[in-house]
Design a binder for this molecule. Structure first.
Ligand code: FES
Length: 672
């Protein structure tokens, strides 16, 4: 048996024997223990902090003596006096092993730290940044052995950090000489691992931070998170409207704009890049940093946004066979995209899954990991174009479905975007047929004391996407709406809130006309728009279930900002999603944005999602004959043929049937 001291690292449990006098950092490296270092063991960076354990450790069968490590040295003394070392901590590069010892590596000293995600079912993010800092000491020039400063810097990086084949450009050449001399032949380099590029050289030791951006470029909004790519901390989040809206509300209208207006793609590329530059400045101001210190960005987008951001004409995406210019992931210098960050910064753009299923869906897959799920999960990213994933460990399928903007409150007579004044939640009493609702900007329900005062500043202005879904579902449960989507008359439903509106009826939610306010109703046209949207969504999901060979799913994840606000019960009453235990329907929030953040913080996750996307089976709804049949059947509320047995145990859906009301004499809608 070896007489060399035994070293056990926690929490990894890695252990080995090392000759007395070995630095703890060296032992950690040899055992593959995750212990950070930027300065290479020179006692400068303090990233290598460890906590030695002394005394009895029966679990390990070890007694650790007080002198198991060398004494506190001058380097640690100096560091402690200037910056302060936490009690019990040592610098792993300075403390030498003398006897058997237990060494704990605290979370902040691990290179691959975990960022804890709040949702119980979500995997934590492991930090493994693509751009990292390396401190090196470089040989001084020698007249007898002439060589360039860059060559000696590269030799030092190879020798001290085993980094080879590094690439540099003139910007680095311009930095090198002053940095080396100012740093007294020691510099810190930022190196981008995917491209092997030296991005920046600082004199002496530079401890960061290095910043990165995760950008979710949507058709309606652009959202960004600014992160410290070493700690994973989100320092600021910000968003703005996509200025391309002025060229068309939804994706296809933007593609049509390009088809009808030569050069329209260039205009839209310019608009979105300018918006991203504005967003970067906005977020940098908020975090009080210089955008020039942002070294990385990860962008996710649907295929049309992806192409327009890259300056690629999206016209091929508007017609079969919906060919992408490229489906692969991309690593591109930010300067090539005219984005203002550090001049050597890079964008990483996730791969697209198919012509209609973009890098945003790939990011959702990265965040929600259907490919690692034991049970069969249906993930729906609800937007103007729903992107749908279905799968488990065995296989994952993906498609998109053209839901249109109805779920966002567009094409709805009283619809509006989610903003103060919009009805976002609604309940209808099944007996009295009276509605009660909540308006964005107040936590109170309309029948609670203080409601009128609480909404005084905004008033009631309309109904947003989540509100219209709840309204339609509640109307169905209250017997005001039949399965085919017709609203009953006052005589048929027994409520004066059902008014005659042309040849059909509308349901009045709020009548503010006496005070010059709006008349907020759900019309049969609104029901029709919601039916089309929800039928498209369900048909896409059902098509994937057919391909998978199943009739049910184990759980449903609603992704997207909108998904976060949908009530699972109401979504199921509408028949937006397949029948499933209600507690198994969860919201993932902005999963595409989270996926972008994971790819920003973890280089390995990029390779993982590239492989996952290659394995995903792509289904094109436009060429699947069964899609149309599923769509027609799914137009009923909740469905013409699917029985929804679980839903029926928790919600009553009255068996009513209405006709259009020629000759009905009820209260009529006043045309505005
Ligand atoms: Fe940098 Fe120990 S490795 S201080």
């Amino acid at each position: 048996m070896s007489k060399d001291p035994l070293v056990i690292f926690t929490p990894s449990g890695k252990r080995g024997n090392f000759a007395a006098g070995t630095p703890v950092l060296t032992a950690a490296r040899q055992l593959g223990v995750d212990l950070d270092s930027v300065c290479g063991g020179r006692g400068i960076c303090s990233k290598c902090q460890i906590t030695p354990g002394f005394g009895e450790f029966p679990k390990h069968g070890l007694t650790v003596a007080k002198d198991a490590l060398s004494g506190w040295n001058a380097v640690e003394e100096r560091y402690d006096s200037i910056r302060g070392l936490k009690k019990g901590r040592r610098l792993g590069c300075q403390a030498l092993i003398q006897k058997d010892i237990i060494i704990d590596v605290p979370a902040e000293s691990q290179v691959h730290k975990q960022v804890i995600r709040k949702r119980a079912e979500a995997r934590d993010i492991t930090i493994n940044p693509a751009t990292r800092l390396f401190y090196v000491e470089v040989e001084q020039p020698d007249m007898h052995e002439p060589s360039g400063d860059l060559e000696r810097l590269k030799a030092a990086l190879a020798d001290q950090w085993q980094l080879s084949n590094l690439v540099s450009n003139t910007a680095i050449l311009q930095q090198i000489q002053p940095a080396l001399r100012k740093g007294k032949w020691a510099v810190t380099c930022a190196i981008h691992e995917p491209t092997n590029k030296i991005l920046h050289v600082w004199p002496g030791y530079f401890e960061g931070p290095l910043y990165g951006l995760a950008i979710d470029l949507g058709s309606t909004t652009i959202a960004a998170h600014l992160c410290d790519i070493y700690s994973g901390e989100v320092l600021a989040s910000s968003g703005l409207m996509n200025p391309q809206i002025r060229f068309g509300e939804d994706l296809m209208s933007r593609v049509s704009y390009v088809m009808m207006n030569p050069g329209g793609d260039v205009e839209m590329t310019q608009a979105v890049r300018e918006a991203i530059n504005t967003l970067i400045q906005q977020i940098a101001d908020e975090a009080e940093i210089d955008p020039q210190h942002i070294f990385e960005a990860v962008l996710v987008a649907n295929p049309v946004m992806h192409h327009l951001f890259l300056g690629i004409d999206p016209v091929e995406l508007g017609q079969a066979p919906f060919a992408l210019a490229t489906a692969d992931s991309l690593t591109i210098p930010a300067v090539d995209l005219a984005i203002n960050m550090h001049p050597q910064a890079h964008f990483y753009i996730l791969p697209c899954i198919a012509g209609h299923v973009g890098a945003d869906a790939a990011a959702v897959a990265l965040s929600e990991e259907p490919d690692k799920s034991d049970d069969l999960v249906l993930i729906v990213d609800v937007g103007t174009n729903a992107e749908i994933l279905l799968g488990n460990r065995e296989r994952v399928l993906a498609c998109s479905s053209p839901t249109g903007p109805a779920f966002e409150g567009a094409q709805i007579s009283s619809g509006q975007r989610a903003a103060p004044g919009a009805i976002e939640k609604l309940r209808i009493d099944p007996i009295t047929k009276e509605p009660r609702y909540r308006v964005i900007g107040s936590e109170l329900w309309s029948d609670e004391k203080g409601f009128d005062t609480a909404i005084l500043s905004s008033g009631i202005t309309g109904i947003c996407g989540s509100g219209i879904i709840e309204a339609v579902a509640e109307m169905r449960m209250a017997g005001l709406l039949d399965a085919s989507g017709l609203i009953g008359s006052a005589a048929q439903t027994g409520t004066e809130r059902c008014i005659v509106d042309g040849r059909t009826n509308s349901y009045v939610i709020f009548d503010g006309t006496a005070n010059g306010g709006p008349l907020i109703t759900v019309t049969n046209g609104d029901i029709r728009a919601i039916q089309l949207a929800k039928a498209a969504l369900y048909a896409g999901a059902r098509l994937l279930m057919d391909k998978f060979g199943v009739d049910t799913v184990d759980r449903v994840v609603l992704a997207g900002a909108f998904g976060a606000h949908i009530s699972p019960l109401h979504a199921m009453v509408l028949g937006m999603i397949p029948d499933c235990p209600l507690e198994k329907v969860t919201s993932a929030g902005n999963a595409a944005g989270t996926g972008a953040r994971i790819a920003l913080l973890n280089l390995k996750a990029r390779a993982e999602i590239e492989q996952t996307v290659r394995n995903i089976e792509k289904i094109e709804t436009a060429v699947e004959p069964k899609f149309q049949q599923h769509f027609v059947e799914a137009s009923s509320i909740p469905h013409a043929t699917a029985p929804f047995p679980l839903l029926k145990t928790i919600a009553s859906l009255p068996d009513v049937s209405f006709n259009t009301n020629s000759g009905d004499t009820g209260r009529r809608r006043r045309r505005r």
